[in-house]
Design a protein around this ligand. Structure first.
Ligand code: PLP
Length: 388
């Protein structure tokens, strides 16, 4: 079959491939600890599930407005205004099936051949994939362990050119768990302000933070009008399978993104949107409990990894990932991913799944029970000792 040329530029998310390989081993009877997939292991809070069931029973089984039901757009506008300290109107909100479509749509709407996009590397793999797919030029912004996985603000300044159209930020970050400091955000704002550039700020882990306060670049003076906030329900409310996310952006861009949604999804499923209204306006205690559990697991996994000779792991301030340095073991990232899965029964992801600057690292998701994390650490310790 002959495919369009653009398909050769489309990347993927290898987490789904490693998950499939791990499941194949399980089908042969192997016991695998899953630290590869980036989703909360908790069930969606009951009040949110009940709201969706109620919506279905009440007949919310039809198409909705393409940009979302007014009740949800209103709730999102209020939430984003309160948490980022900016004015937001419902007209700026587009509801879509997950956070990912916002990346897809915003990059499609803004980027064409010759446009440069600065993006975090290591970073969520879909950024680079979509930039290339749209015909843009990906310009990696290295996030290195020696800099606590924060961006090097001097280097950033040198990356911005007259062709820079978009700068992508992600804080707290996947895969490093790093959090950008207010001075980092200020440096990005200063760098883009003199150019005709937009910021796509992926804030999907904004509520999963252990040290310091969450800060959005949209809160800085003059930045709300040139920022797209990407956020959603997958991580905060353990709703990955529901597919519910949103973007908050200037109204003219929101109209374009809505048109892309009409051309692809028509709208987001109706009862899922009603679940979203309950998630934002209902009790928030379950979110606090999940974040407390993630914090405990983070401490277990960071301590355990640093006890393994050959591994060095920073303590991340947010999200639910660690990105340890495994270079002292002598294996590449990919070799370590394969070795741990086949020999130790621990599914992880090579750092290079998140870009070239991830070499020397693996990513582990600690959205798993303390018992499973301890089992994985013990298996890794034994497997890595054999290498020495
Ligand atoms: N942004 C980042 C940084 C992520 O890690 C993920 C999911 O892993 C997403 C966005 C996508 O979230 P969703 O499942 O809501 O599409």
């Amino acid at each position: 079959m002959r495919f369009a040329d653009r398909m050769s530029r489309l990347g993927t998310e290898t987490a789904f491939e490693v998950l499939a390989a791990a499941r194949a081993l399980e089908a042969q009877g192997r016991d695998i600890v899953h630290l590869e997939i980036g989703e909360p292991d908790f069930d969606t809070p009951a009040n949110i599930v009940d709201a969706a069931v109620k919506a279905l029973r009440a007949g919310h089984t039809h198409y909705t407005p393409a940009s979302g039901i007014p009740e949800l757009r209103q709730a999102i506008a209020a939430e984003v205004a309160a948490t980022r300290g900016i004015e937001v109107t419902p007209a700026q909100v587009v509801v879509v099936p997950g956070g990912k479509p916002i990346m897809y749509f915003v990059i499609t709407a803004l980027i064409q051949e010759g446009d440069e996009v600065i993006y975090p590397n290591p970073g969520f793999p879909i950024y680079e994939s979509m930039i290339k797919f749209a015909g843009g030029t990906p310009v990696p912004m290295p996030l290195l362990q020696e800099n606590q996985f924060r961006l090097d603000t001097r280097q950033l300044k040198s990356l911005v050119t007259d062709r820079t159209r978009l700068v992508i930020l992600n804080s707290p970050a996947n895969p490093t768990g790093g959090v950008l400091a207010p001075e980092d955000l200020q440096a990005v704002a200063d760098a883009v302000r003199d150019h005709d550039a937009i910021v796509l700020s992926d804030e999907i882990y904004g509520r999963i933070i252990y040290e310091g306060e969450f800060a959005s670049i949209a809160s800085l003076p003059g930045m709300a009008e040139r920022t797209v906030i990407l956020d959603g329900f997958s991580k905060t409310y353990a709703m990955t399978g529901w597919r519910l996310g949103y973007g908050v952006m200037p109204v003219p861009l929101a109209e374009q993104i809505t048109r892309l949604n009409i051309n692809s999804n028509s709208c987001t499923s109706a009862h899922t949107q009603w679940a979203g209204v309950e998630a934002l306006t209902g009790p928030q205690d379950e979110v606090g409990k999940m974040v407390a559990a993630f914090r405990e697991r983070r401490d277990v996994i960071v301590g355990g990894l640093n006890d393994i000779p050959g591994i060095r792991c920073l303590k991340p301030s947010g999200a639910f990932y660690v990105f340890p340095d495994i270079s002292a073991t002598g294996l590449t990232s990919k070799q370590m991913e394969t070795y741990l899965l086949s020999d130790a029964g621990v599914a992880t992801l090579a750092g290079t799944s998140f870009g070239a600057y991830g070499e020397g690292h693996i990513r582990l998701s600690y959205a798993n029970s303390v018992a499973n994390i301890e089992k994985a650490l013990e298996r890794m310790r034994k497997a890595i000792a054999v290498l020495g």
